[in-house]
Design a protein around this ligand. Structure first.
Ligand SMILES: *Cc1c(COP(=O)(O)O)cnc(C)c1O
Length: 391
């Protein structure tokens, strides 16, 4: 019988690390199998249900045959209209529903596939570190070369675009930005987007803003869209997602908006990969975007942030500041630990799972991320255990 050959994996696989959370899931599964009641503060996934009016819209759509068949590749006109209305109300940005909006199967779909549309082998993609891992792996899968932009506390976790060598900027096709930021919880001011747009225009780079946390904000902070800046559409697209805004991570619905030529290319790639969003989910998405905002949820996250920071300050993180957005806390590990050794220490001593910062790239080393997306009673149990942590 023929055996599969030794080098089964394609060469590019050696450049794609196993997906961070898949590895962590394995460690936690082993602990749980050993009887430990692990509290997961690692993955960012809203714990409260999708709002009822959204679920009801899906329930009503489900029995109808037109919602059970192949969807349009480019989303229902009504969904694109709903996105346009939402961008208009929320950001005062006008989008043409026919050419400037492309629904996606969650933003991960668009982010991972964009390099196939824009990057030739050897072209550079500017990738922030720490950052959402898919900016890098999507680049590598398309045979592009990631050029790492270090994000540092002293720069407010914003990349220093002027430090990118001219020869690199010249070969770059995409700049990834993400504010409010995962994992650092940093936000970016309008002036930063203005400078980034200018940098991209000067170098012929597509600015891709990943914007899933625009609505997860606290204390009156309102996150700006890059598309609010006049002329942004000439070089920029923005990825948005209903996942974090409306507790819809499992539904898989998001959208790319902005530059028409870029969206047309991304749409062409996607027609060869997927067959559109389940129409029932599109109906739910329309109900979400046209219905009331979900901002009441932010009070829950803010209260969790306050309680968690109180415990962490008592443990020694005295300068920890409450971030204005996202449901994450991003903190340095104590002296003597690496990101991974500290995450393992917390898992072993407290049965609490945090994400080691280096999982978000080399410049995340020395940090860890806590996600506040567990029910209040579980968070309180985790905080009680963490309060007794020694290191
Ligand atoms: C959650 C997240 C996404 C992916 O969201 P989906 O729409 O569920 O695919 C993308 N980018 C960042 C930074 C995220 O945190």
């Amino acid at each position: 019988m023929r055996q599969l050959r030794e080098g089964l994996a394609a060469q590019r696989m050696s450049r794609i690390p196993p997906y961070l959370f898949a590895e962590i899931d394995k460690k936690v599964a082993a602990k749980r199998a050993a009887g430990v009641d692990v509290i997961a503060l690692d993955i960012g996934d809203p714990d409260t249900p999708t709002p009822e009016h959204i679920v009801n819209a899906a329930r009503e759509a489900l029995p109808h045959v037109e919602n059970q068949r192949y969807a349009s590749y480019f989303g229902m006109p009504a969904l694109r209209q709903a996105v346009a209305g939402w961008y208009q109300r929320r950001f005062n940005v006008d989008l043409d529903p026919d050419s400037e909006i492309l629904p996606t199967l969650g933003s991960k779909d668009g982010i991972s596939h964009l390099p196939f549309a824009l990057v030739n082998p050897g072209d550079i993609v500017l990738v922030p570190s720490p950052g959402y891992p898919v900016y890098l792996t999507g680049t590598v899968m398309a045979d592009g070369e990631p050029y790492i932009l270090p994000l540092k506390a002293e720069n407010g976790w914003l990349p220093d675009l002027e430090s990118v060598p001219a020869a690199v900027a010249e070969r770059a096709r995409i700049l990834w930005l993400n504010y409010p930021n995962n994992p650092t919880a940093a936000t970016a001011p309008r002036a930063f987007y203005e400078a980034a747009l200018e940098f991209c225009r000067r170098n012929g780079i597509v600015l891709c803003h990943d914007f899933p946390y625009s609505e997860v904000t606290f204390r009156g902070y309102s996150a700006p869209s890059v598309l609010e800046i006049p002329g942004a559409k000439e070089v920029a697209i923005e990825f948005h997602s209903l996942s974090k805004t409306f507790n819809m991570t499992g539904w898989r619905i998001g959208m790319a908006v902005g530059n028409e030529a870029v969206l047309r290319l991304l749409g062409r790639v996607k027609t060869n990969i997927d067959s559109g969003i389940f129409p029932v989910v599109q109906r739910a998405g329309i109900a979400a975007l046209e219905g009331p905002d979900n901002h009441a949820l932010n009070a829950t996250y803010e209260a969790r942030q306050t309680r968690t920071l109180a415990v962490l300050r008592g443990l020694g993180w005295r300068d920890a500041v409450a971030p204005d957005a996202t449901f994450y806390l991003w903190l340095p590990v104590p002296d003597g630990y690496t990101s991974v050794s500290f995450a393992e220490h917390v898992l072993d001593q407290a049965g609490v799972n945090v994400t080691p910062g280096n999982g978000f790239g080399e410049h995340g080393e020395g940090y860890f991320r806590l996600s506040l997306t567990v029910p209040d009673d579980r968070l309180d149990e985790a905080l009680e255990r963490l309060g007794k942590l020694t290191f």
